[in-house]
Each structure stands twice: as structure tokens, then as C-alpha cells.
Design a protein. Structure first.
Length: 342
């Protein structure tokens, strides 16, 4: 007789994210949280603060996470497992210790965690695990146990959700210009030292390839390139390049591209780095260069993303197939001790 593997029981789902200010007075305290312990000049922090002030001091990320939490909760009530869904952030309210404290008070003993980052890196995965453990230590022995869901860069439903945004963007460009349209995938730059110790670049390239491959099957060939944005560290430290704005200059100088579709594949919601660095800076540059720019939407609460999160939950609560597209297979559930160091 074959005995089904024993799976842990879970009481809840915790959506873990970066957090962001929701009023002007929050901006500097928020950025101080983000940059604590990092060698970033005060002048750079104040420069980034101006990005938030440009939008009244309000980052859209918290509101978008509330929409995501509501969508996941609706899905779980409809299709099970009927878990309550909480939210906790790394850098701004609701902070992780407060979220876990509330969960403890509600009787939660063991929770799954969905981190709003699709890729493996220190800042996109391991740091969240460290933050969770720090929050649990702050609460004490009765803190809920937290098991993180795997990174999902190559989950077929994530690819479909990204592709939907790119397809909608391409529909804004006349078909006869598709041959001179380039897809530019963007992700948050990280220090080269960090990138050397993780699969961040490899995973981003794989996601970009998978999306482009499926688009090609439907719409024809497209040239594509992975670039980076939103560098925030010390000028003395080497970060992943090329920067999006530098690359747009190269595209214009080459003279073969009329239109660009910028795809913020490294982000799952339209938060500040997307709004300021792409919708403001990159768009203004494209207007000066004479390039037609269309920015693809992030996956947000696309039904395929919500179904993907449901799939990831079922992986950990039921015996179901672990889905993955491309050549690398599903990522591990439990990160090795030497995974993504900084």
C-alpha cells in the first residue's frame, strides 16, 4: 500500500511585501527604515524622497497589496483551503512584527507566506526570511511558525499574467511597426556582488525568454533585452547594468527601433520604482529621443496570478503537481543555508 506523504496543517496565509509611505510625513521615516545599516549618503535618500513627494508622499504599494490580499482571500473562500489572509511589510506599516502578533492573538500557529517577489536574491528572498525570523524572535516562543512559498519566476501562470500585459501594450502599436518594436524587460538593479551569489539574473533572463517565446508563437518575432533600473546604493559599488535610460539612448543611436514596450518584469505591482523611474523618467527621455514608448502593466491582481498563488498554496497543503515552465523546473520550498548570501 502506498502511503501519501504527510503534509503540515496551516492556519493562515501571510502576504509579505516591501511596504511604502501613505502620506508625506511618512516618507523620510520609511526611507530610514529601508536604508538602515546601508552605506547610502543622506543626499541620495533625500533625492529618492523627492520621487515620493512627486506623488504627494503616497506609494501605491500598500493599496495594491490590500487589493491583492482581498483577491486571494476571495479565491480561498471559493476554492479552499479557507485560510484567513494577513499582510505584513518589511519597511512600513503594517510591519511584520505587528502582523505576526495579530496572527498569534487570533490563534494562528503555522502560516504560509507569499512574498511579493518572483526571483531569488538576497534582497528579494533571503532578507525577507531574515526579517520574518527577527519578527518571530521579537514576539517570542508563541510566535506563529512561517513557511515561505517558493519563488515563482517560471510558474506558467505568472508567465501568462506577464504576457497579458505585454500583449495589451503591443496592441497599442500598429502591426506594421512590430518589426521595429523592441521589448525591454526591466528589473531592480542589485549590487554585482549580490548577483554573483544568487540566480537573480538567470531567472530574470528565463522569465523574459519564456514570455517572448510565447508572444512569438502568437504575434511573430520580437527583439528583446533585459535591463535594470532604480539603482539606490553607494556610487562606489558596482551594480547590474545597463540602466534603462542609458539603454534607451543606445537604442535611439542604433537607429533601428521606432517603438519600445517597457515590461517591468521584476515587479508584480505598479509601485514607486515603476511609476517614477519608468512612467516619469523613462517616458520623458523617450519623448526627447523620439521613441514611442508603451509601458506594460504589472501583473497586479490578474486572475492568472491569483490562480498561481492558489496553486502554490495547494502544493504545500495537498498532493498536487508542482508547475514550472522552461528548463529549470520548480524552485525549492526550503532555502539551503548558503542560498542567496550577500
Amino acid at each position: 500500500m502506498v502511503v501519501a506523504p504527510s503534509l503540515p496543517e496551516y492556519d493562515a496565509l501571510l502576504v509579505v511585501s516591501f511596504g511604502g509611505p501613505e502620506r508625506r510625513e511618512d516618507v523620510i521615516p520609511f526611507l530610514e527604515n529601508v536604508l538602515r545599516g546601508k552605506p547610502v549618503p543622506r543626499s541620495r535618500m533625500e533625492e529618492v524622497a523627492e520621487h515620493y513627494y512627486h506623488f504627494g508622499g503616497v506609494s501605491p504599494i500598500n493599496a495594491q497589496n490590500r487589493e491583492l490580499i482581498a483577491a486571494i482571500a476571495t479565491k480561498l473562500r471559493a476554492d479552499g483551503p479557507d485560510l484567513p489572509v494577513y499582510g505584513g511589510n518589511r519597511n512600513w506599516h503594517p510591519l511584520l512584527p505587528d502582523a505576526l502578533r495579530q496572527m498569534r492573538d487570533d490563534g494562528v500557529q503555522r502560516t504560509l507566506a507569499f512574498v511579493t517577489s518572483a526571483y531569488s536574491s538576497y534582497s528579494g528572498c533571503r532578507q525577507y526570511l531574515e526579517n520574518i525570523e527577527t519578527a518571530r524572535d521579537e514576539i517570542g516562543d508563541d510566535a506563529p511558525r512561517v513557511d515561505k512559498l517558493r519563488v515563482f519566476y517560471n510558474h506558467p501562470r505568472f508567465i501568462q499574467a506577464v504576457m497579458a500585459g505585454v500583449t495589451a501594450s503591443l496592441a497599442e502599436i500598429p502591426t506594421d511597426r512590430h518589426s521595429t518594436t523592441q521589448l525591454i524587460y526591466t528589473a531592480h538593479s542589485i549590487p554585482e556582488m549580490m548577483a554573483q551569489n544568487c540566480q537573480y539574473v538567470l531567472q530574470l533572463e528565463e522569465t523574459s525568454r519564456l514570455v517572448t517565446e510565447q508572444l512569438t508563437e502568437q504575434l511573430g518575432d520580437f527583439d528583446w533585452r533585459l535591463v535594470y533600473q532604480s539603482r539606490s546604493g553607494s556610487p562606489a559599488q558596482r551594480w547590474l547594468e545597463p540602466d534603462i535610460c542609458d539603454y534607451l539612448g543606445e537604442v535611439k543611436q542604433a537607429g533601428q527601433v521606432t517603438d519600445v514596450v517597457i515590461v517591468p518584469i521584476g515587479f508584480i505591482s505598479d509601485h514607486m520604482e515603476v511609476l517614477f523611474d519608468l512612467d516619469c523618467e523613462a517616458r520623458e527621455l523617450c519623448e526627447r529621443l523620439g521613441l514611442n514608448m508603451v509601458r506594460a502593466g504589472t501583473v497586479g491582481t490578474h486572475p492568472e496570478l491569483i490562480q498561481m498563488i492558489h496553486d502554490l498554496i495547494l502544493e504545500r497543503t495537498s498532493v498536487v503537481k508542482r508547475l514550472a515552465a522552461g528548463k529549470f523546473g520548480p524552485n525549492h520550498d526550503q532555502c539551503p543555508l548558503d542560498c542567496c548570501p550577500y
